[in-house]
Design a binder for this molecule. Structure first.
Ligand code: ADP
Length: 245
């Protein structure tokens, strides 16, 4: 692993990254709302080579019934990677990582959804990773919040997310799989862009406190751009609906 990491040049002489980006540049991002027909709300996101669908059902009857809460809706989240989303052989069932990321997703979304408006119901959020190339938890959260909005579920804000990494001593925005694997640090951040509050923050690896501050600022700048794309996706969806009616 260490010998491999020395062979890969994560930042070249011109300061460019493995995919040619500058340190503060996001990957090309495409976001769409209302892309699936069977669910109440849905979204699709592409961040570079990472591709994810999110689908929302509800508020609907709680299943299994014993999970029902008298004062609020249950937010049921499932993060799952398709078997063909990674190049290694992935187990068919839910792995420990997927169970943990489902919880991370739920805890971020619970900060914005008005669950108390729908007691004794369940809202199901499915995040399906179709192709994984780094940043699936952050792209998954971005898509899931858009799918909730598309389902018409009342929320205080959308959530947008990205990860800042440290590669070859340089802070870089929106790390891809190679940068995640061979870099020195990975910091996924999710924020509510309008209220500017952080609803997910993780850090693997090592950063100084100055770097952490700068990394948060970089994440916040990236998140604002992603939020604009979410808004555009909703506007586009809305204009298509009104044309059809
Ligand atoms: P995130 O996708 O949120 O960055 P991780 O840091 O856990 O989450 O994973 C980084 C990347 O590693 C993923 O996006 C994916 O490209 C790759 N990866 C994750 N799990 C697997 C797996 N089971 N097999 C192969 N690659 C994986």
């Amino acid at each position: 692993m260490m010998t491999e990491s020395k062979e890969i040049k994560l930042i070249d002489e011109e300061g460019r990254r493995v995919d040619g980006r500058r340190p503060d540049e996001l990957r090309p991002i495409r976001i769409e709302a209302g892309v699936l027909e069977k669910s109440d709300g849905s979204a699709y996101i592409e961040v570079g080579r990472t591709k994810i669908f999110a689908a929302v059902f509800g508020p609907r009857e709680v299943h299994p019934k014993h999970l029902e809460l008298p004062d609020r809706a249950v937010l049921n989240c499932r993060y799952h990677m398709a078997s063909f989303s990674v190049d290694e052989r992935k187990p068919l069932g839910m792995t420990r990582r997927e169970i943990e990321l489902s919880k991370v997703l739920r805890e971020a979304l619970e900060t914005v959804v008005f669950l108390e408006e729908f007691p004794r119901t369940m809202i199901d959020v499915f995040v399906e990773v179709i192709q994984a190339d780094g940043g699936t938890r952050t792209a998954g959260i971005t898509a899931a919040s858009l799918a909730l909005a598309d389902a018409g579920i009342p929320m205080s804000d959308l959530i947008a997310a990205t990860a800042v990494g440290k590669v070859a001593g340089t802070l870089v925005l929106d790390i891809n799989d190679i940068e995640d694997k061979y870099g020195e640090a990975d910091m996924p951040v999710a924020m509510t862009p309008r209220r500017n509050s952080i609803v997910l923050l993780q850090l693997n690896g090592r950063m100084t406190s100055e770097e952490l501050k700068k990394a948060l600022e970089m994440a916040s700048q990236g998140i604002k751009k992603i939020y604009q794309l979410q808004i555009e996706a909703l506007k586009k969806r809305y204009s298509v609906v009104s044309l059809e009616e």
